[in-house]
Design a protein around this ligand. Structure first.
Ligand code: MN
Length: 303
């Protein structure tokens, strides 16, 4: 099942199931008891016991053409966005990093940085470098604390794509990756039964017409179960939490007017524009510190 969040006539967040070129509005199936909870319908769905498919009813809601709705970030209000630093060896190599996730652990991105597919990433500064990082992300469907690796996939509601937009330099990761619009996510949440296993997925990222990233998710240093098990040993995972798994080689600078797209097997296409409108001089001085990104994009390997 493919679930989306989209905006209703009053700007409110709604929940839809994608069927071909149409979406079925299933908002009322999940909001009956929580209409005034302040949570998005997607969050309410993920918080219900049982599978998303069991909880969206018989798909008898209003049908709308998929192209006619304005998408929202697929989880508009995640409790947490947990991210993996340096989780592919080829990305470790291109950054000349001494350490990978084994030494670095995980970090958090601000939840206010989410952006819908089709939206515009706003570069905040005119004098700093900003890069794209295409990543596989998963959405947690059940509260999880100290879960064993072997059980970890039972806590996943589904998979989606995420662009971990990044300012290069020596400031803390939580600063460099948390600017508003720096976490495009979507377009769909694809439930685990339809998405298949992460190890079978291929990830590709384009900037305009250039293929920059082309990787097998099976090359992750810490795979999805290990990442969930570890994250759940640090902090309790809640329904709606997003865990993004890290980026492979091929990161590179983006600039005003660029269009960035990510595709992952079975997950569709996430696409955003980049704008530097309103950019100002950066008030911090981290530009010459931190891991050194490559001057040119690491070429994708032939396959
Ligand atoms: Mn990343």
């Amino acid at each position: 099942m493919r679930l989306i969040s989209y905006l209703g006539d009053e700007g409110e967040s709604r929940l839809g199931v994608v069927e071909g070129d149409e979406i079925v509005d299933v908002t009322r199936h999940v909001t009956a008891d929580g209409a005034h909870s302040g949570l998005s319908p997607m969050r309410m769905l993920l918080a219900l016991p049982g599978s998303p498919a069991d909880n969206v009813g018989s798909l008898d809601g209003e049908r709308l053409p998929l192209g006619s709705v304005r998408l929202a970030p697929v989880v508009p209000d995640p409790p947490k966005i947990i991210a993996a630093p340096v989780n592919y060896r080829d990305h470790q190599a291109e950054m000349m990093e001494d350490y990978h996730i084994d030494a670095l652990g995980i970090f958090l991105k601000a939840t206010s940085s989410v952006l819908a597919s089709g939206g515009t990433v706003r570069l905040p500064y005119s004098d700093r470098r900003f890069d794209q990082e295409g990543e596989l992300a998963l959405v947690i469907g059940r509260e999880a604390s100290h879960v064993p690796v072997d059980d970890a996939l039972d806590y996943v509601a589904g998979y989606t794509m995420l662009l971990d937009m990044t300012m290069r330099g020596g400031e803390d990761r939580s600063t460099r990756k948390s600017f508003d619009t720096f976490t495009p996510i979507g377009p769909y949440l694809v439930t685990t039964d339809e998405a298949g296993l992460p190890d079978a997925m291929r990830l590709r990222t384009w900037v305009n017409d250039d293929l920059r990233q082309d990787a097998d998710v099976s090359d992750l240093i810490w795979d999805v179960p290990r990442l969930i098990a570890y994250a759940s040993s640090v902090m309790t995972l809640q329904p709606g939490d997003i865990i993004t798994t890290g980026t492979p080689a091929g990161i590179g600078q983006v600039a005003d007017g660029d269009r960035v797209a990510v595709e992952i097997t079975n997950l569709g296409r996430l696409e955003i524009d980049v704008s530097d409108r309103g950019a100002v001089a950066c008030p911090t001085k981290g530009a010459s510190r931190g891991p050194k990104p490559p001057d040119t994009v690491t070429p994708v390997r032939e396959r």
